[in-house]
Design a protein around this ligand. Sequence first.
Ligand code: GLU
Ligand code: MG
Length: 449
Amino acid sequence: MTARDVVQKVDEAGLRLVRFLWCGNDGTIRAKASSVRGLEGRIESGIGLTVAMQAMNALDQLQPVEGMGPVGEVRLVPDADTFRVLPYAPHLGAMLVDHRQLDGEPAPVCQRCFLKRMEDRLAERSMRLEVAFENEFSLATQVDGQYVPIDSGLCFSTISATAAQDYVDDLAAALDAQEIGLEQYYSELGHGQHEISTPHRPALQAADEQLLVRETIRGIATRHGLVASLAPKPWPENAGNGCHIHFSLWDTDASWNRFHDADAPDRLSADARAFIAGVLAHLPGLCGLTAPSFNSYHRIIPQYWAGAFVCWGHDNREAPVRVPSVFRGMEEASTNAELKAADASSNPYVAVGGLIAAGLDGLEHGLEPPEPVEVDPASIPEEEREQRGIVRLPATQAEALDALEADDVLTAALGPVLAESYLAVRRSEWATYSAGDEVFEQQGHFSKY
Ligand code: GLU
Ligand code: MG
């Protein structure tokens, strides 16, 4: 699509504003909107933004990062192909943007450009990563300043699904109107917890659509007088909200699933094993990208099905890397792996870019994964766990960020500007939330993700 095509669609739909959406180092989604007047020019040359925004944490506290102070501009340049009319907001459209320098080159901090770089590295090997996100979220009303879940039903309970049926009907329609497929919906274990899954897409498209999905989940809730939250641990005593990332590698020359080997007992190819081995080798640091907030580590605890020990397993919901069994009759198409140590407080470009960097390291070095774990890792005696390298994942945001900083493969892939600003932003959140109480933590995450 060209800028002209977008303007035509905007006119046809009678829109007044088009949001230029981005996701920062803090994982929150922000936007500046263009009116119809001057839209074509803004699509081409972007909207200006202070360089400081990428040093802003999820509390709007600006961090001291070199080159990200009060002086200087980047341009928010949209990708016209991502244009959508937003069905949950009056006369409003949206596009996803790159952060570009004034000369039009990608800004070194641009998270979307980081993911494109990782896709290019895969393309050099005739591969592309297909990705699908499974979003769990909580629906609540606000009573006396408290978030109260809309249901207290059981896992997959139709009573909970009924409590949310009007919301879910509008959500399904809104996703459809944006040409974002919906695969499944169900009410989940936690009170007020619901889940949707969307189809797999090439990595960049999946990350773009993940931002649109997060916006839609919350936007439809607002129209229903509800609050939707994708915060990793919405209530301290309730089930966590995961955002599991399913992934598989496809051949770009002849479109086949390179994760699949019909002759392997578990159908996993050598490429799949090497990629998974890379992900496991970098998992502690990768958590700093995929489960990056203070709140994330109240979700990643043993026996909450989020995966708390470094391991992989077949159909093992306590393994942070789960290999789901294939569907009969759709064996090749359904071969994939799932990263469970991931939540929607992450920046999806950074999370998926990090996943690719880790997997590529496995491919480049022909790594072999350790023995799969086919039981709950918490049930394995500590001594045996240690011997098998089934170590605990980071237990706090601070530990995850330390592991990230120590991971040369991940930081080199991010590049110095993105790595430094990302760590500064996320570490400042640790400093603020670790000095506060549970109520402060909940308020700070529930309404921001
Ligand atoms: N709610 C769990 C999590 O935090 C996942 C439950 C499931 O396996 O779907 O990731
Ligand atoms: Mg689930």
